[in-house]
Design a protein around this ligand. Structure first.
Ligand code: NAD
Length: 365
């Protein structure tokens, strides 16, 4: 039996994780789940939202799947999700965006892959709060070095982008393209304004692209233009590679194109560790209501099974989810025509039950 670390998370995480776990178990994947708590609940008990035991469990098992974890805005603990990616060097965030039959969308088909750099950019956590002595000192140093004026009541967030991390993410993307039959990689940036950081990112992409010339196409887009083009012509694109912040934002935009956050899966990949999680957050206002869509986390488990070299179990789970989505019967309100007011919508648990039942009937066939 293969051990996998399962972090249920907080907010709606535990109910989604429960549905995901039952679906994976129904495929017969034979996973032994090592359940580890992280997030708000543990913070109260242990004084940290990410106890070392959680990291050690992932380091040992090398594979984890997690529910979302809340990050309080402005104050409090730093994002557990960002810390986890950093601690375990999960440098690549993989977010496939595929439109399933039965889901309402402005488009007939969409099949995009987003690759987000996970370790640096404005998410590196180097921040200085307004008015602190450290912030004043940083402002003074920057003014001395740049000869530019900064408002004295500013806060400062630092955006490091390195050649090594940028090349690593492009290399990951091109290798993914080759191994998954993808044709084109598009680098997304704002190098016209941020010439130092985004300029470096683009140059790293251009250099790595040369190693794959003739095998995978390469082009680039400025991030604002990219947003407009994705909304109008998403099928002109195949794979997008972005620095951390743009990657975060465009992941949600693309989730919107394929039916919303309820169906957008993801994975954080390192050199020998992978942590699978949905694109969405903990949706705290819905916690405990049995309302949210478990599909995104279940499709993250499909990615996990593929990563574990269990393609048949992955396909079985994907097919069961595809059929339930196509029928649009046993699905949560976000996938129903009348949304929240649709009386035929089912809960998280019931949608999980329907997928489990479908897996069992597919196995019997
Ligand atoms: P969110 O993704 O939690 O929710 C935004 C809205 O999207 C919800 O109100 C809901 O309408 C919809 N939605 C989200 N998940 C859904 C699902 N499974 N089914 C149906 N609809 C769904 O975003 P938020 O409200 O900005 O963030 C809440 C918290 O989650 C914040 O603390 C944020 O930092 C955290 N967060 C965590 C992760 C993570 O764990 N990796 C990712 C993003 C945000």
């Amino acid at each position: 039996m293969r051990k996998v670390t399962l972090i249920p998370g907080d907010g709606v995480g535990p109910e989604l994780s429960d549905a995901m776990r039952r679906c994976v178990d129904a495929t017969g994947a034979g996973i032994e789940w090592e359940v580890m708590d992280a997030g708000e609940g543990v913070m109260k008990k242990e004084g940290t939202p990410l106890p070392e035991a959680v990291l050690n469990s992932i380091r040992k098992n090398r594979i984890a799947i997690k529910g979302p974890i809340t990050t309080p805005i402005g104050t409090g603990f730093r994002s557990v999700n960002v810390a986890l990616r950093k601690e375990l060097n999960l440098y690549a965030c993989l977010r496939p965006c595929r439109l399933y039959t039965g889901i309402k969308s402005a488009f007939k088909s969409i099949d995009l892959v987003i690759i987000r750099e996970n370790s640096e950019d404005l998410y590196s956590g180097i921040e200085f709060f307004e008015g602190t002595p450290e912030c004043k000192s940083v402002i003074k140093s920057i003014e001395d070095l740049s000869k530019k004026k900064i408002n004295p009541d500013s806060a400062i967030s630092i955006k490091p982008i390195s050649i090594s991390a940028s090349k690593a993410i492009f290399k990951y993307a091109f290798e993914y393209a080759l191994s998954h039959g993808r044709k084109k990689v598009t680098a997304v940036h704002k190098a016209n304004i941020m010439k130092a950081t985004d300029g470096l990112f683009l140059k790293a992409g251009q250099e790595v692209a040369q190693e794959y010339a003739g095998r995978v196409e390469f082009n680039d887009r400025i991030v604002d233009n990219m947003c407009m083009q994705l909304v109008q012509r998403p099928n002109d694109y195949d794979m997008l590679v972005l620095p951390n912040l743009y990657g975060d934002i465009l992941s949600d935009l693309c989730a919107g194109l394929i039916g919303g956050l309820g169906v957008a899966p993801g994975a954080n990949i390192g050199h020998d560790i992978a942590v699978f999680e949905a694109t969405h957050g903990s949706a705290p206002k819905y916690a405990g209501q049995n309302k949210m869509n478990p599909t995104a986390l279940i499709l993250s488990a499909v990615l996990m099974l593929k990563h574990m070299n269990e393609p048949k179990k992955a396909d079985l789970l994907d097919q069961a989810v595809s059929e339930i989505l196509a029928e649009n019967k046993d699905v949560t309100y976000d996938l129903k025509a009348a949304g929240k007011n649709d009386p035929t919508a089912v809960g998280t648990r019931e949608m999980g039950d329907a997928i489990v039942a479908r897996i069992k009937s597919l196995i019997r066939k």
